[in-house]
Design a protein around this ligand. Structure first.
Ligand code: ADP
Length: 484
């Protein structure tokens, strides 16, 4: 015999015993009037309606009516009723008990419904919060079954997506394994239903009106509406992260397209200018009788413009390498003075007619740096200082010790940079509007320099006043003293 049947038998037996107890108590122990008995029996029936349900209350009403008639209404010991008033009392008793039972049972059902609805709402709320935790589609798809299992206390969840024929699971196994073919078929169902095992809910998922997949949730007691809402929540969260990903992808594509266009502009312009000069110089050299001095001038132009081309191509390559983090830097303890000296030597051509004053405090610690890459950074800053200030204006190079680092600055008395543009000039290809037409450049130098400094664990910044000049400062970590 199963447990359910046993409980049922025990309940009926209990109810019968209680009824017999009340009757025996009033009949044998206490001598009370029939009204008191009727009210006690009514109370008992109301209690049954509230605790066990209508069925128990109605059956007990009739049993109580019969017992009341037999044991308490004259003639006692018979089912006949002598006084018509007592007959009326019995009918009133039966009607009251049946009506009151129905009412109390309905209230009981409604309150149980309300509690269940509230619990279901809480479950859906918990689930919606879990589904909103991530914006990434892949992460969300992986999390959905676990989130459902946690929110609904389901013992097993299977989440199937038609797109890509993918299945995700959480919890234990389904009692009977479900094939992909069955899942595909279930995805096309119209609304939630129960599976053949009687314990798993099948919740089809839709994207608009199109079937999207299905959820199999085992061991939950959610209403059909809540299951539908659960399916809706899952679909909305999938739509949401799909939309967010598309926006992000669209923005990334736009940004990369913008950079590509800027790069094409900058490189074609910068390539064309030196190539035009080289071509013109070579044509002149080939076509006419040029004096030895003229030929020397033209060859100098070709030499300088080839350098420019070379620098441009190197910058493009360096930037691509830094972007893809393909650069290998080898750091070692370097003297700041030495780094500055070698950068000045390498840029001798640019600084030839300049007064460059270098101010370094005594006892400056060594820094952790890759000398080859540092030469590029310092060379860039010195080149810019010369390019963006009038010939003859001085350039100042200085350094100071800071906690754990050394800050190196290159200052000029040039055009300066508009405050609005000071953070932008470190972006790739950005060239300040006031200088763009006057001085040639690619807009890559500072982006490269900053990337190199960041790879060294330092920072780079600028302070500038239009018309007064600019100071570019970067920091490098001091190198740890060698252990003895
Ligand atoms: P490029 O010099 O090739 O244009 P950079 O990345 O080196 O590229 O510099 C970006 C922009 O920052 C320059 O176009 C210029 O507008 C501005 N800039 C850089 N250095 C200075 C400076 N010392 N003085 C004024 N403006 C500068």
């Amino acid at each position: 015999m199963d447990a359910k049947r046993l409980v049922l038998i025990a309940r009926w037996a209990g109810v019968g015993l209680c009824l017999a107890g009340i009757v025996a108590f009033y009949r044998l122990a206490l001598n009370v009037n029939p009204t008191t008995v009727a009210l006690t029996l009514l109370l008992f029936i109301l209690f049954l309606a509230a605790r066990l349900g209508l069925q128990y209350a109605v059956v007990t009403s009739f049993a109580a009516g019969a017992a009341y008639n037999y044991f308490f209404l004259p003639p006692i010991g018979h089912f006949t009723i002598a006084d018509p008033q007592n007959l009326l009392a019995l009918i009133a008793f039966l009607t009251t008990s049946v009506v009151a039972s129905r009412m109390s049972s309905r209230i009981r059902r409604e309150s149980a419904d309300a509690i269940a609805r509230q619990a279901e709402l809480e479950t859906l709320y918990r689930l919606s919060r879990a589904l909103l935790e991530t914006d990434k589609l892949l992460e969300l798809t992986n999390n959905i079954p676990v989130a459902i299992a946690l929110a609904t206390d389901a013992s097993a969840v299977v989440f199937y997506l038609l797109e890509g024929d993918r299945v995700y699971r959480a919890g234990g196994d389904m009692p009977t394994p479900v094939s992909m073919e069955e899942l595909r078929e279930m995805s096309h169902a119209q609304g939630p239903s129960m599976a053949a095992d009687g314990e798993s809910a099948i919740v089809p998922l839709r994207a608009g009106v199109r079937p999207r997949g299905v959820l199999l949730v085992r061991g939950v007691t959610l209403s059909a509406q809540s299951l539908e809402a659960l399916g809706g929540l899952v679909s909305i969260s999938l739509d949401r992260s799909q939309a967010l990903e598309q926006v992000t992808k669209g923005e990334a594509a736009k940004e990369s397209e913008r950079l590509r266009a800027l790069m094409m502009d900058s490189i074609t312009h910068e390539l064309r200018t030196p190539l035009t000069s080289i071509k013109a110089s070579v044509s002149t050299l080939l076509s006419s009788s040029v004096s030895a001095e003229g030929a020397r001038d033209l060859l100098t132009v070709i030499d300088e413009e080839s350098d420019r081309l070379n620098r441009l191509v190197s910058q493009a390559v360096e930037m691509a390498q830094l972007d893809t983090q393909e650069v290998r830097m080898s750091f070692s303890a370097q003297s700041v003075e030495e780094l500055i000296r070698s950068a000045m030597e390498a840029n001798d051509a640019v600084l030839r007619d300049r007064e460059v004053s270098v101010t370094l405090p005594n006892g400056l610690p060594k820094v952790d740096a890759d000398p080859v890459w540092m030469q590029k950074v310092l060379g860039n800053l010195l080149d810019n200082a010369a390019k963006y200030s009038a010939p003859g204006k001085p350039i100042f190079v200085s350094a100071e010790a800071r906690p754990g680092a050394v800050a190196i600055s290159v200052a000029d008395r040039g055009a300066g940079i508009d405050p609005m543009e000071q953070s932008l000039i470190f972006d790739k290809f950005y060239r300040a509007s006031s200088q763009r037409q006057i001085v040639s450049g690619t807009g890559m130098g500072l982006a490269i320099s900053r990337a190199i400094i960041e790879a060294h664990g330092g920072t780079m910044s600028v302070t500038s006043q239009p018309g007064q000049g600019s100071v570019f400062t970067f920091t490098l970590r001091t190198s740890a003293p060698a252990k003895t």
